[in-house]
Ligand binder design. Sequence first.
Ligand code: SAH
Ligand code: SF4
Ligand code: F3S
Length: 440
Amino acid sequence: MKKLLIETYGCQMNVADSEVVVSILSNDYQVTDNLQDADLLLLNTCSIRDNAEQRIRHRLQELAVLKSKKPSLQIGLLGCMAERLKDQLLKEEAALDFIAGPDAYRSLPELIKNCANGETAYNVLLSQTETYDNIVPVRYATNGVSAFISIMRGCNNFCAYCVVPYTRGRERSRNPQTILKEAQLLVNQGYKEVTLLGQNVNSYSWEEDGTVITFARLIEEVALLSPSLRVRFATSHPKDISDELIQVIAKYPNVCKYIHLPVQAGSNAVLKRMNRVYTREYYLERIHTIQQLMPDCAISTDMIAGFCGETEEDHQQTLSLMKLVGYEYAYMFKYSVRDNTTAARNYADDVSDEIKSRRLEEIIALQQELSLQSNQRDIGKIFEVLVEGVSKRSENDLFGRNSQNKVIVFPRGNYKKGDYVDVKVLSCTAATLIGETVES
Ligand code: SAH
Ligand code: SF4
Ligand code: F3S
């Protein structure tokens, strides 16, 4: 059998997609992690910010050199950069033999064949319906404990700064029967945790025989498969995080008490220009409802510093909102203009790079404090931890996560990967809880 190496960049959706791609190619290719052995190299790429694309451009330069030494190596580029730049990439990057967009993976075997015969080597057609729903992903890089399940594709939200609606196409939900089947298979194989993935999982919707399955219903059905299967999900858009969904998360102990609810910015003026379609007040009300119903629920966010027109006052509102929510964790970025988005077409990128950097640093410093405070509040508490493996720092320690998605390190004892262990927190850093096991 021929050998395939796949490098995955970008978000969790890409990680899940790479597993689908390996499955589609599994008749002809076996995965290797050694580039020397590979007959085919695939790069599953991301366009979300300019630096994400630059990183891949550098990789392609390196690969052009490698390819000149080993011309038999076929190299293909997949994912959002393929969709955004299309055949332009084939012209610009000597390393590339073919490209395929996110909805074109079923055509990969044909593309690879055509390209070996010197024929057309790209497919970037987007689909209204493709969800790869009958394809069983190959978990080629798994830890055997947790797995992703893609439940929908695309995005219809058109946040002004974002390329995703252009690179991933229209939003579509996957047949719930195939989602449940995939989850059940993972349970049978001994997996202990699934993460249901979509750009905006709250708007999951499937209609059959006059009944509508919402995301709240779907999560409930996955949670009911097994009480020892943890259920996570990402990403939630604040605009449609319903009371029904919050109640389902609260009701089932195996639905993790962790919600990634990206706010992006704290001022109404900026939120409006971003087309996030909610206000600061609405967002804070949703947070209040979550915290009322689930005092132990962790909340994280994404933040963009220096979006078009952002004033110092707007930035202060971002900092004040972060303090009001007290986020457990945040992913924080400098605004990066993406061609053809609403923001690129309509607004000037008028915050200087220097100011963006300074604001980003302030956001990061504040989050560091909030994370530390949150971890300090956990000292003395006992959490159920799902063990993911041996700690990188010491082989005498294991690490895992609690329901709130916080990493906890503790002495190994007789425990192993995949076990649920009760751990009492003794100390912490801003990033990690440190504890000891207790008898349950
Ligand atoms: N669907 C998710 C996020 C997808 S992209 C959501 O709506 O929250 C992940 C994050 O990248 C976004 O939440 C945003 O914070 C950031 N991002 C997207 N486009 C960006 C851009 N042009 N510049 C900087 N950050 C961006
Ligand atoms: Fe991008 Fe907004 Fe869609 Fe998230 S919801 S993927 S930020 S357009
Ligand atoms: Fe990147 Fe595409 Fe995901 S742009 S963040 S890989 S949807």
